[in-house]
Design a protein around this ligand. Structure first.
Ligand SMILES: [Fe+2]
Length: 288
């Protein structure tokens, strides 16, 4: 595989890092910096492609960009593998662990929760689904229905969420799950949103400390406020889906990830970052 990066690529990344440093100097309190990395869709085979992109190489390029930002923790929000093999999860572990950044994960519809739990549960990766950092509470949900594409939250998951929110009402809270709880105006992918999303939204509405809900699955950026909670969808580290398309369609836009700066007072900032067009084109050439 040819080198992915040119000098101009690093110049672009330097600009991103400098922008971060400037914002840090301007802030009044120290925020927690998080990177959401989602829908990595790794295979047992190292060079295998999905939607024209070699998913492991694309993830490597994303992680190189993430590492320059030096986040405090990573959130991996499902579809970690495409083939549910142990080898795919071992590849993910071997790509993420060298960053030495605490990482947490939740399963997507393409994952096998039992297999992934055995492999992604040693430092710096944790299988915990409830934890605190930077004065925030983090709660990660499993919206997977085994063998199905669509999302659903079991009564046990919803009860757990409600009890966690009741017992930690003093902390601003981020909820993570794989499937989108709100429609994203794309009929084919909205057919697999969380089927009982109203039950989830009803719980969240009763807990004003919830500030953010982040998810993957939609392979595109999404940003919507509802009842003082911000709902954020994040691009895949691989192929992208065309927004607002009624039928399945790929988008010609580079893979990406999302950063979030969480302040102890509950305020936050966020933005999606993408690979440069140059790196994206090289990845496409590798995958074709
Ligand atoms: Fe996905």
């Amino acid at each position: 595989m040819p080198p992915l990066y040119s000098d101009s690529y690093y110049t672009t990344l330097d600009a991103v890092v400098n922008q971060f440093n400037f914002r840090n100097l301007m802030s009044q309190s120290t925020p927690l910096l998080i990177a959401q990395v989602t829908d990595t869709h790794l295979f047992a085979e190292a060079d295998k492609s999905l939607f024209g992109l070699p998913t492991a190489h694309s993830l490597q390029a994303i992680l190189a960009q993430v590492q320059l930002l030096q986040p405090d923790l990573l959130l991996l929000t499902g579809d970690l593998s495409q083939d549910e093999t142990a080898t795919a999860y071992e590849r993910l572990r071997d790509l993420v662990s060298p960053l030495s950044i605490p990482a947490y994960w939740l399963p997507g519809n393409h994952d096998n929760p039992e297999v992934v739990a055995k492999i992604l549960d040693s430092p710096p990766i944790s299988a915990q689904k409830s934890f605190t950092a930077g004065g925030w509470q983090f709660l990660l949900l499993n919206s997977q229905i085994p063998g199905q594409v669509g999302g659903y939250l079991s009564p046990e998951s919803l009860d757990w969420l409600d009890s966690q929110l009741t017992s930690s009402s003093d902390k601003p809270t981020l909820i993570g799950l794989h499937h989108q709880p709100l429609a994203v105006d794309s009929a084919w992918i909205d057919g697999s949103k969380v089927a009982n999303a109203e039950e989830l939204l009803g719980i969240l509405d009763n807990h004003p400390q919830v500030k953010l809900v982040i998810f993957g699955h939609i392979h595109q950026e999404f940003d919507c406020w509802r009842h003082n909670i911000r709902y954020l969808g994040t691009p895949s580290t691989g192929g992208q889906f065309k927004p607002r398309s009624p039928n399945f369609a790929l988008d010609e836009i580079a893979p990406g990830f999302r950063w979030l700066k969480l302040y102890p007072d509950g305020k936050f900032e966020t933005r999606v970052e993408r690979l440069s067009w140059e790196v994206y084109q090289k990845l496409l050439n590798c995958g074709s």
